[in-house]
Design a protein around this ligand. Structure first.
Ligand code: ATP
Ligand code: MG
Length: 594
């Protein structure tokens, strides 16, 4: 875990607060002024009342006129405090949802702009939890600051001045007690964030495991592993519970120390001094009542600060843990001088490219030329690097050395958006959003017309099945598209690629889940789509590659053979071996011309 400083947190929060500067300044001013008025005026009114009641003991009716001033003061106080407090509430209700929404959007955007490699290493549930932690805890921090921390500080400062007018000794005792109390509170509470960071990390991890288990619920159901999954989650739960307990116990230990301070300050310090001065006849009975009730209220406020500070630092701990994700550097950003990709014929060149996944070497000094408009098939055993090859063209992963160019432009130096817009990929394992079918198809081309979407769906042979659904194109497909069959999902992905209308087309096992009849129809659409585009087709079913200009045969990351279907058969190498196995096993003697 990287260490996050308060300065970093402030730099992060500053722009969000600045965007609503006047709202926060108004809330602060109201907050700073309202509570002293509320807490300190009461004891003064009590003082006046006691003085009046004791002075008019003989003629009680005469006291009524004298009561007018303190009672008017009381009404004014209640009116001001209530109006200010309610206004503050409304302003807070306006400011914090926007603040939370702004923070959420910035975090979401930062997280989503990472490569698949980044997401491969992390749990989506944990990332989402960090966003939630950040937004809820920022709200909690503001709540703690605006009540009771800021009002308590302003009230105590004014309290020192007011009690100083009664007798300077009160000002000295109160000031000393406040300084001591707040210093101890602050110093002891700061270490709470350390405990809380550990707890928040454990909680995020736990949530990620829960989401992972729910996502794989099909497998859990299939193998009836409910008990095992519960035990597995229980293991992570144990760690979370331990860290939660440690954080909470620490807070309680701190509170014990605060209680001791509270007792010493209020009862022994201030009230003792007041009684002593009253006995010495240095202050009146009304003033004793004012000191007692002021101290009672200030004592409660300071005690509340003592309770709030650990919560504040707990929140800071959680925020620091959540902020870690903002420190993850962008791993697929554009270079400062990146230019849009200018596409011509659509040639793709691998020039001495080496690539490896962490410590697993896959490509070494690979050089390949795919001419503009050429149709190239990729075949090879599973795990031989075909999908990786096309993923590198899309810059999903950076190459270790060498370069990949499209129409002579190094893809690492072009704007990523322009590169991705020029390439349509039908992935091996299409995953859909839990949105409507229309939205899923239009994802590649958000401004597409309804007619355009329907046309693409017809070409991908999914229009009929979509129409047969009760809600047609407005049907939601379930998380990751779980409500559709494998073949239906593939056809939606094909429609999406057709709609993208990109000059480079990549099909990674695009029709592997379809029955032979549907596949035959779709191949016609796809071949029409391939016209005039550079196309790479990955297929295990070799018959689907018969119309390719050239076939590259992959084996353990290397291209071991290349040529047309017939020349590769003549060569009698790996391709011919794979072909014979398929023909013998499942396919007719000659390639089906589709
Ligand atoms: P298939 O025919 O099964 O789709 P493929 O030829 O497309 O296989 P790739 O997906 O390119 O194979 O994978 C090549 C190798 O790289 C495999 O051994 C695989 O385990 C590994 N690999 C793939 N993706 C990753 C990843 N994100 N991180 C680490 N290793 C990976
Ligand atoms: Mg693959």
């Amino acid at each position: 875990m990287k260490a996050v400083t308060y300065k970093q947190l402030w730099q992060f929060a500053k722009p969000f607060i600045r965007s609503q500067k006047w709202l926060f300044v108004t809330i602060f001013i109201l907050d700073f002024t309202t509570y002293p008025f509320d807490v300190l005026l009461w004891p003064y009114i009590f003082n006046l009342l006691v003085e009046i009641f004791t002075r008019f003991e003989g003629d009680r009716l005469a006291a009524v006129a004298a009561l007018k001033f303190p009672l008017a003061l009381w009404v004014a106080q209640v009116l001001y405090v209530e109006t200010a407090a309610r206004s503050m509430g409304f302003l807070f209700a306006k400011a914090t949802p926007k603040l939370q929404a702004d923070v959420r959007m910035v975090m979401f955007d930062h997280i989503q702009r990472h490569s698949p490699a980044y997401f491969n290493e992390r749990f989506a549930g944990s990332l989402a939890n960090k966003m939630t932690d950040m937004t809820t805890q920022i709200d909690l921090i503001l709540q703690q600051l605006f009540w009771p921390i800021v009002p308590a500080l302003s009230t105590c400062c004014l309290g020192v001045v007011i009690l100083g007018f009664i007798n300077p000794i009160f000002a000295v005792v109160l000031a000393l007690w406040m300084i001591l109390h707040l210093t101890v509170c602050f110093l002891s509470s700061r270490s709470v964030d350390r405990y809380q960071q550990r707890h928040a990390e454990a909680r995020s991890g736990l949530l990620a495991k829960v989401v992972d288990s729910f996502t794989n619920n099909f497998a859990v159901n299939l193998f009836y592993r409910f008990t095992e999954e519960k035990s597995r989650i229980g293991l992570f739960q144990k760690e979370e519970r331990e860290k939660n307990r440690a954080a909470k116990s620490y807070v309680e230990k701190i509170r014990c120390a605060f209680s001791l301070f509270h007792f010493m300050g209020v009862i022994l310090g201030m009230c003792g001094t007041a009684i002593y001065l009253w006995v010495q006849n240095q202050i009146s009975t009304g003033e004793v009542v004012q000191v007692f009730s002021t101290m009672w209220s200030l004592g409660i406020l300071l005690w509340m600060v003592g309770s709030a500070l650990p919560i504040l630092f707990q929140s800071f701990g959680t925020v620091k843990q959540a902020y870690q994700v903002m420190l993850d550097p962008e791993d697929m950003g554009d270079k400062s001088d990146a230019k849009p990709l200018e596409i011509g014929a659509g040639s793709i060149v691998f020039d001495n490219v080496s690539f490896q996944y962490s410590d697993k070497k896959l490509f070494e000094n690979k050089s390949v030329l795919i001419r503009g408009g050429e149709k190239v098939g990729l075949v090879g055993y599973t795990g031989s690097g075909k999908s990786t090859f096309v993923n590198l063209i899309l810059r999903f992963f950076p190459v270790k050395s060498g370069k990949i160019s499209v129409d002579g432009q190094d893809i690492s130096s072009v704007l990523l958006e322009s590169l991705r817009k020029k390439i349509a990929l039908i992935p091996q394992d299409p995953v859909l959003f839990h949105r409507t079918l229309e939205e899923n198809i239009a994802f590649s081309s958000p401004h597409a017309s309804v007619e355009g979407i329907v046309k693409a769906a017809k070409l991908a042979y999914c229009h009929d099945f979509i129409k047969s659904l009760p809600e047609g194109y407005q049907t939601k497909v379930g998380e990751r598209g779980t409500k559709l069959s494998g073949g239906e999902k593939q056809r939606i992905a094909i429609a999406r690629a057709i709609l993208a209308d990109a000059p480079i087309l990549i099909l990674d096992e695009a029709t592997s889940a379809l029955d032979s009849m549907t596949e035959k129809y779709i191949q016609e659409s796809l071949h029409a789509l391939m016209e005039g585009r550079t196309t790479i087709v990955i297929a295990h079913r070799l018959s689907t590659l018969s119309r390719m200009d050239r076939i590259l045969v992959f084996n353990e990351g290397k291209i071991v053979e290349e040529g047309s279907h017939l020349s590769l058969l003549e060569r009698d190498g790996l391709y011919a071996k794979m072909w014979k196995m398929q023909v013998g096993g499942f396919l007719p003697e000659t390639p089906a011309v589709v």
